[in-house]
Design a protein around this ligand. Structure first.
Ligand SMILES: Nc1ncnc2c1ncn2[C@@H]1O[C@H](COP(=O)(O)OP(=O)(O)OP(=O)(O)O)[C@@H](O)[C@H]1O
Length: 338
């Protein structure tokens, strides 16, 4: 790979990632062909219900676990093939980690500044004092510099933990429920600290969370369902015709290389889609209909489309009604393999 190619490569790239756990003869597919691409310097939240595979993904990306199959490359390191020595280097220099439990991130008998210096000492880094000062400034914890964790609030401890994780200048910062033990106001402080780290230090940040409010503080939220990325929400700020700033959130379904995508649960529920659905390829979108005999829709009733709602095409008739517009009709199965 040339230098230019390496610079253009995403910092996190997973394709068809599979992790199967076998316990007492029972297999659990925690990741079932997950695809994820995170560009350098991005700040992304991964959200999903309990058991959807978030922690499994994070444990693989942190180099603590190895996937069963697929591809996973982080900042140029292939996680499926890396050896033991490379793994130590990877965990020390390529990725930083912040855990949910504030107590797990910091040594209780050291001050904030001493905690931040620990990874620098272990890595034999030079100019340690200057790096500690820089991180204390970026995370806004100057007033906690000489305090031990028990003398800090949960939010201050997490901001110090972020500084510790960033000490050796990792390319990627992984945070597992970093606001899980915090109240709303303190959560916002921690999320803003992660955003500052991303913007001022150029680090790529991946936050795994249950907390729906986290999505409001990141540009991109990826939803995991049943071990696969299912939908993504992208947020941006626009200026409307009156000159006012408006926040726009657009939801997309994620499609893998084989063309598989998960319809959002509310789309499936709204039309009672189950087992098999009818598909129709239109010139600019794909229509999806229940398999059951469909009553003729009124003008106000639009069928579900597998394209993003924000750019949803005009309503079209169910299969069989306007044959001239259609070049392909199929029946597909919903459920596990849809
Ligand atoms: N070591 C393991 N052995 C067996 N099954 C496991 C193991 N780790 C995870 N699983 C299973 O894999 C699936 C995904 O688990 P995972 O912990 O990744 O989900 P999660 O989205 O992080 O959930 P939570 O939000 O509750 O932490 C679950 O069904 C879980 O029971």
């Amino acid at each position: 790979m040339s230098v230019t190619e390496a610079e253009a490569a995403p910092d996190i790239w997973c394709e068809d990632l599979v992790r199967i756990f076998s316990t007492e003869g029972v297999e659990v597919q925690a990741l079932q062909g997950l695809t994820l691409r995170v560009e350098r310097g991005d700040l992304v939240a991964i959200v999903g219900a309990s058991g959807s595979g978030k922690s499994t993904l994070l444990t693989i990306l942190s180099g603590l676990d190895r996937p069963t199959g697929g591809s996973a490359v982080v900042a140029g390191t292939d996680l499926l093939t890396m050896g033991r020595a490379e793994r130590v280097r990877y965990q020390r220099h390529t990725v930083g980690f912040v855990w949910q439990q504030t107590s797990r991130n910091l040594m209780p008998y050291l001050t904030a500044a001493e905690n931040i210096a620990v990874p620098l000492v272990l890595a034999g880094a030079k100019a340690r004092a200057a790096r500690v000062d820089e991180l204390i400034d970026v995370l806004g914890i100057g007033y906690c510099r000489d305090r031990r964790p028990e003398q800090m609030s949960g939010g201050e401890q997490q901001r110090t933990a972020i500084a510790v994780a960033l000490a050796n200048s990792p390319r990627v910062l992984l945070a597992d429920e970093p606001t899980g033990e915090l109240d709303d106001a303190t959560s916002v402080e921690v999320l803003e600290a992660l955003r500052a780290a991303s913007e001022r230090l150029g680090v790529t940040v991946l936050i795994v969370t249950h907390d729906p409010t986290v999505s409001e503080h990141v540009r991109r939220t990826v939803q995991i369902r049943d071990g696969r990325t299912s939908t993504e929400v992208l947020r941006r700020t626009e200026v409307d015709h009156t000159g006012a700033e408006v926040h726009v959130a657009e939801e997309f379904a994620v499609m893998d290389r084989s063309g598989r995508l998960q319809l959002p649960a509310d789309f499936v529920g709204a039309l009672g889609l189950r087992d098999r659905v009818r598909l129709a390829l239109e010139t600019d979108h794909v229509g999806v209909w229940p398999d059951a005999p469909t009553p003729r829709p009124t003008a106000a009733e639009a069928p579900a489309a597998a394209t993003p709602p924000a750019s949803a095409p005009p309503a079209s008739a169910p299969p069989g009604e306007r044959p001239t517009r259609r070049s392909l009709r199929r029946t597909a199965r919903t459920g596990e393999d849809a």
